[in-house]
Ligand binder design. Structure first.
Ligand SMILES: [Zn+2]
Length: 108
């Protein structure tokens, strides 16, 4: 029973998500404490419009606690050559996620 949303709506949603992550980055730098809120909004939007979270942003927030992840400050980024994966650790809750590289995936 899942209906696909029109393409233009998906485009618009992705545009908004992109903007929210920009704002998150800005507020993170300025330490306004709003970064996590922007991440929350972006996630809500992706869910609501079933747009999915674009790959470029999946590394930018913690799935566990919802924190905005910025390499070197709120997250630690390491590569694991043995497993061919980028390992991102959230410095807030300690959640670790892995993003495989070198493998081509058909799905988004
Ligand atoms: Zn976390």
């Amino acid at each position: 029973m899942r209906q696909k949303k029109p393409t233009w709506q998906r485009e618009l949603t992705l545009e908004r998500i992109r903007r929210l992550f920009e704002l998150a980055e800005e507020s993170h730098r300025e330490k306004t404490g709003m970064a996590n809120r922007y991440v929350e909004l972006a996630r809500e939007m992706a869910m609501h419009y079933k747009a999915g979270m674009p790959k470029e942003f999946r590394t930018r927030f913690c799935r566990n606690c919802g924190a905005y992840l910025s390499a070197g400050s709120t997250s630690t980024v390491r590569t694991n050559p043995a497993k061919k994966a980028v390992v991102i650790k959230c410095n807030k809750c300690g959640n670790v996620k892995r993003f495989p590289y070198g493998k081509r995936k058909k799905s988004v």
